[in-house]
Design a protein around this ligand. Structure first.
Ligand code: TYM
Length: 335
C-alpha cells in the first residue's frame, strides 16, 4: 500500500582518491545497500573533496567511474539508490560556501583528518583541506538525511555537521534535519594488515586490500599479515593485546557471518599458518562476484553514463530545494 509519509533518508559518500579497499566496504558500503527498500538512499563519489590533495586528472576520472561500477556491483541498484558524482550537483559547492560562514576556525582546527593530512602533505596545506568539513556538511544537509552510514573515522565530521545544522537552525528556524551517524558494530575500523595499530588506508599498499585486487595478491597479503608472537599462537579476540589477530577475526567475521566464539572454536589448537590463509581465502571468495561484476559494468561506459546522469538529475532537484530555502533565510534576493 502506498504511504504518504516521508521515507527515511540515508546518504553517504567516498572520495575517489584511491581504489576502494575492504575498509571502505566493511565500514561503509556494506551497510548502504541493506536498507534500499526502506530508505530513500543517496550515495555519491566525493570527487570535489579529493582535490584538497593533488590528483592526477586522468587517474581521478578513471577511479570515479570505477567507483561507480563498484558501488553497483556491491549491490547498490541504481533503480533503488540515487548514485551520483558530487561535482555534477553544483548545490554542494554553493551550500558549502554558506556553511563555511557558519563553521568556526576552532572547530575546523580540531579535526583529526585535517591534522593527519596536513602532516602528510606539509607542502600543500591549502584552504580546501582546512574547510573540507564545511563542504561535507553541505553534502549531507542538502538531502536532509536521517542517517549517514560511515566508518568510525568519519564520526567526528558527522558530529561537526550536526553542530553546524543546530547552529544554523538556531538562527533561522528548522531549515536542516539534524542527522545521526550510523556506524557498524563489526568493521567500523579495519586496520592495516602490515601494521594493525593503524587504520587501513591506501597509504601502504602491502597492508591494504583492494576490492578489485587479484586473488593471488589478496592471499599473499593475508599470509604476510602481522600477528603476534604469543606461544601457543592462539586465535582469540583481544584488540588490546592481540590487535593483528583481532583485526583478522573482525574481517573473517564480517565476510563469513560467524561470531568470535565460532571463529575461536574453528581455529582452536591450530596456528596462524592455518588461520591467516583461511581469512585470505574467505575474503577472496566474498569479493570474487563483486570484482567480476564490477569489471563487467565498467566495460559498459554508456550504461555508467546513463546511471550518473539520472543520479545527478534526481540529486540536483532535491538539493536545489534545500539550497533555495537557505538562500532565502540568509537574505539573498530570489532570482
Ligand atoms: P573516505 O573516502 O576516507 O572513506 C569512505 C568511507 O570508508 C570508511 N573507511 C573505513 N571504515 C572502516 N575501516 C577503515 N579502515 C576505513 N577507511 C575508510 C570511512 O569511514 C567512510 O565512511 N569525508 C569522507 C567522504 C565524504 C562523506 C561526505 C561521507 C565526503 N562527503 C558526506 C559521508 C557523507 C571521507 O573522506 O571518507
Amino acid at each position: 500500500m502506498e504511504t504518504t509519509e516521508r521515507k527515511k533518508v540515508m546518504l553517504s559518500g567516498i572520495q575517489p582518491s584511491g581504489d576502494l579497499h575492504i575498509g571502505n566496504y566493511l565500514g561503509a558500503i556494506r551497510n548502504w545497500g541493506a536498507r534500499s527498500d526502506d530508505y530513500d538512499c543517496y550515495y555519491f563519489m566525493a570527487d570535489m573533496h579529493t582535490i584538497t590533495v593533488r590528483q592526477n586528472p586522468a587517474e581521478l576520472r578513471r577511479r570515479t567511474l570505477a567507483q561507480l561500477a563498484q558501488y553497483i556491483a556491491c549491490g547498490l541498484d541504481p533503480a533503488r539508490n540515487t548514485l551520483f558524482i558530487q561535482s555534477h550537483v553544483p548545490a554542494h559547492a554553493e551550500l558549502g560556501w554558506v556553511l563555511n560562514c557558519y563553521t568556526m576556525f576552532g572547530e575546523l582546527s580540531r579535526m583529526t583528518q585535517f591534522k593527519d593530512k596536513s602532516q602528510k602533505n606539509a607542502d600543500n596545506i591549502n584552504g580546501g583541506l582546512f574547510t573540507y568539513p564545511a563542504l561535507m556538511a553541505a553534502d549531507i544537509l542538502l538531502y536532509q538525511p536521517d542517517y549517514v552510514p560511515v566508518g568510525e573515522d568519519q564520526k567526528q565530521h558527522v558530529e561537526l555537521t550536526r553542530d553546524v545544522a543546530v547552529r544554523f537552525n538556531h538562527v533561522y528556524g528548522e531549515v536542516f534535519k539534524v542527522p545521526e551517524p550510523y556506524i557498524p558494530k563489526v568493521g567500523a575500523r579495519v586496520m592495516m594488515l602490515s601494521e594493525p595499530e593503524r587504520k587501513m588506508s591506501k597509504s601502504d599498499p602491502n597492508g591494504c586490500v583492494f576490492l578489485m585486487e587479484k586473488p593471488e595478491d589478496i592471499l599473499r597479503k593475508f599470509k604476510r599479515a602481522v600477528t603476534d608472537s604469543e606461544t601457543g599462537r592462539c586465535v582469540y579476540y583481544d584488540p588490546q593485546r592481540k590487535p593483528g589477530v583481532s583485526n583478522l577475526m573482525d574481517i573473517y567475521a564480517a565476510v563469513t557471518g560467524k561470531n568470535y566464539e565460532d571463529i575461536e572454536r574453528e581455529f582452536e589448537g591450530r596456528g596462524y599458518g592455518v588461520f591467516k590463509p583461511a581469512v585470505g581465502e574467505a575474503v577472496v571468495e566474498y569479493f570474487r562476484p563483486i570484482r567480476e561484476e564490477a569489471a563487467r559494468i565498467l566495460a559498459d561506459k554508456a550504461y555508467l553514463q546513463s546511471v550518473y546522469r539520472a543520479g545527478a538529475e534526481k540529486a540536483a532537484a532535491i538539493a536545489a530545494r534545500t539550497l533555495r530555502k537557505v538562500y532565502k533565510k540568509v537574505g539573498f534576493v530570489e532570482r
